[in-house]
Design a protein around this ligand. Structure first.
Ligand SMILES: Nc1ncnc2c1ncn2[C@@H]1O[C@H](COP(=O)(O)OP(=O)(O)OP(=O)(O)O)[C@@H](O)[C@H]1O
Length: 255
């Protein structure tokens, strides 16, 4: 029998209005407890894929299925905060669920941000705010934690510490973690599986498979032409889409 699946996309395409699809023919499977990270250039459809998997945007073709009753905790890319809004951390955490003072204290210490209950949200540092966002995502005891570039704006130690925290949380509550990230070093050390996206799945597999894949190296300019390569990645998504997902798909390049 197959292992249970939390979220699955088959042949998924997504278009915003009449424009060309942002995502084409994406196959994706996430199983319980996995840490999977989506990488890819700006505009390659990473956030769109997350949103489509969560049912926040409809697919134009293909299918998305989620385990019945799936509990998801979502940490968005950015929280747009009005600095004049006098919203405390505790009130923020209670916006969409009932939580006791003890539960809030426990959540905040769980994410390494103890004692912030009464602080105004707008006065927190970037790192503190991300931890509070993570606390909110964990409040519903998720089976799946979804993180959209959660460490944007954090320095390298802050980023590394945040991902260590995510690994601890995964170990503790056994949730799967699906994230979008540009922090390639961290991604490569902290993911079970990496999916490299550029409107379609260019390559996927374990970090070591992906970091050696020519598609990945071309996209991220590792020894193939520097950062410029990022913008010169052309692909022909036609012939070779196998029925079975495997570690390493090919796509054509023009450098
Ligand atoms: N609501 C929307 N309406 C129309 N177009 C959209 C919408 N959201 C995203 N797009 C377009 O879809 C494409 C993919 O966007 P998406 O945000 O999924 O990419 P991304 O890989 O997450 O990018 P980034 O790394 O810059 O965050 C972009 O061209 C973007 O302009």
């Amino acid at each position: 029998m197959n292992a249970p699946v939390l979220v699955e996309a088959r042949g998924l395409s997504v278009a915003y209005g009449p424009a060309a699809p942002v995502l084409s023919h994406v196959d994706f499977t996430l199983r319980p407890g996995e840490i999977v990270t989506i990488v890819g250039p700006n505009g390659s459809g990473k956030s769109t894929l997350l949103r489509a998997l969560l049912g926040m945007v409809p697919g134009s073709a293909g299918s998305v299925t989620r385990a019945p009753g799936l509990r998801v905790g979502y940490v968005p890319q950015k929280l747009h905060l009005d600095p004049n809004l006098p919203l405390s951390v505790a009130r923020f955490l209670r916006l969409n669920r009932r939580l006791s003072g003890d539960e809030i204290a426990h959540l905040l210490s769980r994410v390494g941000a103890p004692g912030l209950e009464d602080r105004a949200l707008a006065t927190l540092s970037g790192g503190q705010l991300q931890r509070v966002m993570l606390a909110r995502a964990l409040a519903g005891n998720p089976q799946l934690l979804v993180l959209d570039e959660p460490t944007q704006g954090l320095d390298q130690p802050g980023t590394a510490a945040f991902y260590r925290l995510i690994e601890d949380v995964r170990r503790e509550i056994g949730c799967a973690v699906l994230s979008v990230s540009h922090d390639l070093h961290v991604v490569m050390s902290a993911s079970d599986r990496v999916v490299c996206l550029n409107g379609h799945v260019c390559c996927e597999g374990t970090p070591s498979v992906v970091s050696n894949a020519p598609e990945y190296r071309a996209l991220f300019g590792l020894g193939t032409g520097g950062a410029l390569a990022l913008y010169q990645h052309h692909h022909d998504h036609g012939a070779d889409h196998p029925d079975h997902p495997h570690d390493h798909e090919t796509c054509d390049h023009d450098h």
